[in-house]
Write a new protein. Structure first.
Lengths: 294, 294
């Protein structure tokens, strides 16, 4: 199962990276803008969001080409959010995954514009995809803009900023993560299932699944910050402790956080069974999320 | 003719402002984000872009409700671009139209996120418009993302930044303005005509018209910087001269710039006649653009 999942992840990651590059390289735009967009898009990561989209699609459909553009668009939105998040006015980070952040490699103005360009281009990509019907293009654009806009990811970022100035409760923490991280995971799962041809009630159960998957991702992040290997997670252990950030571990203790995670894992898997998706890669992805070491 | 145009402008400006506010006010999002989005969206201006979209639509169709969402989306994109343009890393402006810029009123992080939110929300607005068909939603989303993204407005902003560090030629100056300002005017005219039901060859001629209208707007901006009344244009006369910015007046002299503008006006009107739009508000808008005092 784990073996199969690893293969699925690495094959589709490769596919995504190839497509991502192909779309950006063919753009006839000013060199500085293009370099800066490609720099961050190639700076990598695990491509978790598009891989989840493809796993969700694959639960109902095998013709993977039909989701490639939507998966790339999702990764572009994630990339733009990281570029803007790293800016001096936001998290002020110099490094991301061991490489200089976009504004360090280029400059702040270029980083702002590269983010704007990636965000805008993601909608162009979806609406220009020759493999989708107009109905599908509209539906994906709606889901993607809702997930990443003022009611979704951007709301999470504002709340996250505000939370740094006060002690957040567990409920507030969940709201922040659900918006900031969860909404793009939720898009991945809903968009994949929708394009794959899932029924409405299956999509409703998957929506529940997505909610818990996002939370599992976040609890594990907080746990790794305390227990992780700094060489593997790519940042010093305990970096959350040094700042005022509220985490699951601070609120519940390490054991409490692990219990919480296991509770989320049970709920996520129950939702998958309701969606008749217990044999899909989404099942093993849940374990992958809850046991990942980076 | 001028009387009629003024009425058209002021009626539709009111309509746009009402709709703009209605859409933003109903958003259930964090207060700080909402306040900051509404602040800049209400900070006004002449609403030229949506008014042009409506004039272009009105050339072929009278049912103005059908373009309202697209017109509002366009104004939201324009608003986002001003917020990001004013940021310290970009133009570093403290005031816009006599009011504190978004990052001065709120803070830089909020301004970046408000811009991102307005940009993303504009696509949500178009794809949620109940008056458009799926085909129309896809077409408008395509045109809008192309006009405002890396091949359009954002490309213009990068080139504009680069041009500040060197002497631009007339050709380079035109490319910058065509992208930075012209692409949104072009969207206004194409989207309006398309939704209004114009024929393909009429849209092609209007595309030409849009190109010249954008240039007229820009030459007049440069002329006003030298000859304008500071109380009317809202900034000191000669402010371009103080910095290294290349302008039409610097390249061609004041008389040369006026001649160039008149040349563009003739070409714009010729294109309108080819599109059988000589009796539309677009004709008087051309004069309005070339003689405006602010």
């Amino acid at each position: 199962m784990q073996q199969e999942l690893n293969e699925f992840i690495s094959n589709n990651r490769e596919l995504i990276e190839r497509e991502l590059k192909r779309h950006l390289v063919q753009l006839d735009i000013p060199a500085r803008l293009k370099d800066s967009m490609i720099y961050s898009a190639e700076a990598g990561g695990k491509r978790l969001r598009p891989v989840i989209l493809m796993a969700s699609f694959n639960t109902y459909n095998n013709d993977m080409n039909r989701v490639l553009a939507s998966a790339v668009a999702l990764e572009l939105i994630h990339t733009y959010s990281l570029i803007h998040d790293d800016l001096p006015a936001m998290d002020d980070d110099d490094l991301r995954r061991g490489l200089p952040t976009n504004h360090k490699k280029f400059d702040e103005a270029t980083a702002i514009l590269a983010g704007d360009a990636l965000l805008t281009y993601s909608f162009e990509l979806v609406t220009n995809d020759p493999l989708l019907t107009d109905r599908q293009k509209v539906q994906i654009t709606q889901l993607l803009s809702e997930a990443s806009g003022p009611q979704g990811m951007v709301a999470g970022q504002i709340l996250d900023m505000e939370a740094e100035e006060k002690d957040a409760t567990l409920k507030e923490l969940e709201t922040i993560h659900t918006l900031k991280t969860g909404e793009l995971f939720r898009f991945a799962i809903r968009a994949g299932a929708y394009l794959g041809g899932a029924k409405d009630d299956q999509i409703r159960h998957l929506d529940q699944f997505a909610h818990f998957l996002g939370l599992i991702f976040q609890v594990q992040d907080d746990i790794l910050d305390v227990t992780g290997d700094p060489d593997i997670i790519g940042k010093p252990v305990g970096s959350d402790e040094g700042n005022e950030k509220t985490t699951y571990v601070k609120l519940l203790g390490l054991n409490g956080a692990i219990e919480k995670k296991n509770e989320y894992v049970s709920k996520a898997k129950a939702a998958l069974r309701e969606a008749s998706a217990e044999d899909s890669h989404l099942m093993s992805l849940t374990d992958y999320f809850s046991t990942r070491e980076h």
